[in-house]
Each structure stands twice: as structure tokens, then as C-alpha cells.
Design a protein around this ligand. Structure first.
Ligand code: R5P
Length: 292
């Protein structure tokens, strides 16, 4: 936006409690707090809540929380008994801490918007990731868009609307939070094709690496992975390094520290997209028009 960041001091007490002080007058101002609740998730989430509380007590006219990455989004339903719906709990916490609006980027499930009783604007990194695919100058007949599981089919179809190409799906079975099994392929043949695997996030990389292995076994020529959020935890970096993947494209929705960098990981910026979302909210303009 070409604007300077507001002034704030974030420190912690010796017992690790977070302490925040806003170092400028914000009375009557339109506030945008940008914080991805990425690892360390609990630290970043509590820090965000404490920052919000400091703002709430300083009388701004409106407070929008900009979440480039929404941590806990995958705990969005009770799939077995006696488990929490933490994505909803986080929505409650943000609302109680004083958020008037949320601006989010590629939520794990679009329905998470319904966990909030305040307006949520949902941005998609699609235009940024599509730009990378187009920069390779391939004919759509030469590539296949591969969904790494059945949950990502809709997202992959959205990419296909813009990029063309045909679609295939990997049959993924999750055995634990870190292990997945992928064996079968449904849909277009990958023989001799360039394959683009799209996902909302790479966490332990089990999903995309499993999908890449299936693609390789099915004759793919080159394999690319494109995901909005590079969470890259556990042994994701080792898995990605050893996988038959030519390039991995993630966005800067989550900062990529030096120890998580690989020559084949490329970071595309969503700063302009978020800035335009913020500008439109501030001027009461349509955010959805950004994608039409
Ligand atoms: C699954 O529902 C998501 O879209 C991602 O595929 C998954 O959460 C990524 O996790 P991991 O990298 O640990 O397989």
C-alpha cells in the first residue's frame, strides 16, 4: 500500500506473558491488524488477542483482523466423538477480543466464514499461483491439474476454470496427523504430461509428496506443487527435497525462515492482494470484484 506500519511495542514479561503497547493515537481510526496464526500457533494467536485487546481499549472506529493464515482451521468438525471444533473456538475468541471484520486468505474450508457472526472477506491466492503456471508457457493440452485428495477437488476445478488442462484426483487415505497413504489415481492420464498439484497448504508434506509419487508412477513428465500456505512442519523439508517434484510454489502468507528454504521452493507474494483487500474494505468497495 506504500503506507508505513503503525507503531507498537510487543514484548514479554520474564514469565513469558505477552505485553503490548500501542505507541500512537488510534482513537477513531480504521485499524487493520495483520497476523498469520502460523507456528508457533498458540504464541501467535495469543499475541494477536492481546494486541486486539490493547486496540479495543484505545477506541478505534473499527478493527479488522487480517489473517493471511488461519491456524486451527483443519479442526473444523467433529469427525469422531469427544473432540473440539477448535476452528470455531478461535472464531469465538477473535470476536470476543473485539474484531469487527475478518480478512482471510484461502481458509482451509470456506464454511469457516460461517463460524463468525461478523463479516468475513475471503481472499484467494489463485491469481498469484495461476500467474506462475502461465509463466511456464505450456499449452493446456500438455498439463493435468492434480487434486491431492477428494477434499481439494472443488479448489482444483476453480483453478481449471482459469488455467484449462484436464483433471485427475489422488485417492488419499489419512492414517494419522503425519501419515497418509496414496495409491490410486482417478481421472485424466498423466502419461508424458506436466502435472500441477494444487493444495491449500503444505503441512508435513505427506499429501503433496504422496500425490507426486503417484503422479511419477503414472508417467508424469514433470511435477509442480502449488499451495497457498507453506506451513512446512515436521520433516516436510526432507520429504520435499527427496520427492520427484521440480518446483514447489508457496506464498508468503507464512514467513519462510532460512532453515525451511530449498532451491526448489519458490515464494510468490500475496502482499499486493492483501493490500488491495484492505484498501477496498477501508473505502467500502466490493472485495469480491477483485476476483471477477
Ligand atoms: C487436507 O485436507 C489439506 O488440504 C492438506 O492437503 C493437508 O492438510 C496437508 O497436510 P500435510 O502436508 O500434513 O499432508
Amino acid at each position: 500500500m506504500g503506507d508505513t506500519l503503525g507503531l507498537m511495542t510487543v514484548t514479554s514479561f520474564p514469565d513469558t506473558e505477552i505485553m503490548v503497547r500501542i505507541d500512537e493515537d488510534v482513537r477513531g481510526r480504521d485499524i487493520f491488524i495483520v497476523q498469520p496464526t502460523c507456528p508457533p500457533v498458540n504464541e501467535n494467536l495469543v499475541e494477536l488477542l492481546v494486541i486486539m485487546d490493547a486496540f479495543k481499549r484505545a477506541s478505534p472506529s473499527r478493527m479488522t483482523v487480517v489473517l493471511p493464515y488461519y491456524g486451527y482451521a483443519r479442526q473444523d468438525r467433529k469427525d469422531v466423538g469427544r473432540v473440539p471444533i477448535t476452528a470455531k473456538l478461535v472464531a469465538n475468541l477473535l470476536t470476543s477480543a473485539g474484531a469487527d471484520r475478518i480478512l482471510a486468505l484461502d481458509l482451509h474450508a470456506a464454511q469457516i466464514q460461517g463460524f463468525f457472526d461478523i463479516p468475513v472477506d475471503h481472499l484467494h491466492a489463485g491469481p498469484v499461483l495461476n500467474e506462475y503456471v502461465r509463466s511456464l508457457n505450456l499449452a493446456p493440452s500438455d498439463y493435468v491439474l492434480l487434486s491431492p485428495d477428494e477434499g481439494s477437488i472443488k479448489k482444483t476445478l476453480t483453478y481449471q476454470k482459469k488455467l484449462g488442462g484436464s483433471i485427475a484426483i489422488v485417492d488419499k487415505r489419512r492414517s494419522s496427523a503425519t501419515e497418509t497413504n496414496q495409491a490410486n489415481l482417478i481421472g485424466a492420464s498423466l502419461e508424458g504430461k506436466t502435472v500441477f498439484i494444487f493444495d491449500d497448504m503444505i503441512s508435513t508434506a505427506g499429501s503433496v509428496v504422496g500425490a507426486a509419487n503417484v503422479a511419477k508412477r503414472n508417467g508424469a513428465k514433470e511435477i509442480y506443487v502449488l499451495a497457498t500456505h507453506g506451513v512446512l512442519c515436521g520433516n516436510a523439508i526432507e520429504r520435499l527435497r527427496d520427492a520427484p517434484i521440480k518446483e514447489i510454489v508457496v506464498t508468503d502468507s507464512i514467513p519462510l525462515p532460512p532453515e525451511k528454504q530449498l532451491p526448489k521452493i519458490r515464494v510468490q507474494s500475496v502482499a499486493a492482494l492483501l493490500a488491495e483487500g484492505i484498501r477496498r474494505i477501508h473505502h467500502d468497495e466490493s472485495v469480491s470484484k477483485l476476483f471477477s
